[in-house]
Design a protein around this ligand. Structure first.
Ligand SMILES: [Mn+2]
Length: 308
């Protein structure tokens, strides 16, 4: 971390409050390849609340992060990252998803790579709808400790606990890193062959076996992919700032290996990162989430250079 960089503590509406604390030139919407859409929506959290504070914590952490990527040897921010003003939140999930879809569609139609920053996992449905309209045969890879595959939960079909079920109704769904689900969810997911459990990753011995398992995940995806990352996919020892932590999760390098493999072998058309609920006194979770986004954009930018 640089010690000279000034922390930016302005309000959401300040022009400087954008991902990476980028200059106006590097964050103008017209010239940015990447558009970040913060959605501090939280309505159906069932355990520890706070994911509505995730977007602001991650963006603030990102303003203290090095913008040179030491793995990729370039500065992904040179492609431009525009941070949209956080969406106004309404309680009604149907209305919230409509708003997300409208804003995401505007940017997708302008050729931007849209990244949604939640908030609770329900928001992913909004960007998936926008991408589905633009790309037929969309596959969605969800990295999550929870299957979230219930038909409805506590009478709410738009609960975070149903998000992958809703996505599977319209897209080819692949779940990875799961370690918490009901028997009914396990039975239906087994039948559709779309689930990779965290214990499968934990059981691999060495890089060759790990690579083979990741290849099986990639093979299940069609040519166009949206990636949805619920940060609770990570082991709680490295990512404690989540509403419902589950032991036995994935590690930093494993998630990067999977993202790198998917991005180099498929056309990734969208991304979201959700469910970070900051913990007072801990800053590594939001730094990790900011770096994860930045690294993923780096993979995407490198990969699209190579493909053209
Ligand atoms: Mn989850």
């Amino acid at each position: 971390m640089t010690h000279t960089k000034k922390r930016i503590r302005d309000s959401w509406f300040s022009a400087e409050h954008n991902f990476g604390g980028l200059s106006a030139k590097l964050s103008a919407v017209e010239t940015s390849a990447i558009v970040l859409l913060p959605v501090p929506y939280e309505a159906s959290t069932t355990y520890r609340a706070g994911c509505r504070h995730g977007p602001s914590a991650i963006i603030e952490a990102s303003t203290n992060m090095e913008l040179y990527d030491e793995e990729l040897c370039f500065e992904p921010c040179a492609a431009g990252i525009h941070t949209v003003r956080p969406l106004d939140v309404v309680d009604d999930a149907g209305e919230m998803l409509k708003r997300i879809c409208t804003v995401a569609t505007t940017h997708v139609e302008r050729g931007k790579f849209v990244t949604l920053l939640g908030g609770e996992h329900t928001v992913s449905l909004g960007i998936v709808r926008a991408l589905r309209a633009a790309h037929k045969d969309l596959s969605v890879l969800i990295l999550d400790a929870h299957a979230d595959y219930r038909e409805s939960y506590r009478g709410n079909e738009y609960s975070h606990a149903c998000v992958s079920r809703r996505i599977a109704e319209d897209c080819n769904l692949v779940l990875a890193g799961v370690r918490s689900l009901s028997r009914e969810e396990a039975d239906s997911l087994k039948a559709s062959n779309t689930i990779f459990y965290s214990h499968q990753f934990r059981a691999v011995r060495g890089k060759t076996e790990q690579k083979a398992l990741i290849e099986r995940v990639v093979e299940r995806l069609g040519p166009k992919v949206h990636i949805s990352i619920d940060v609770d996919v990570f082991d709680p020892s490295i990512m404690p700032a989540v509403g419902t932590p589950e032991p036995g999760g994935l590690l930093w390098d494993e998630v990067l290996d999977m993202l790198r493999a998917v991005i180099t072998q498929r056309e990734v058309v969208g991304l979201d990162l959700v469910e970070l609920a900051p913990v007072a006194g801990l800053s590594h979770p939001e730094f990790m989430a900011a770096k994860l986004l930045y690294r993923t954009w780096g993979y995407l930018l490198k990969s699209s250079c190579g493909k053209r």
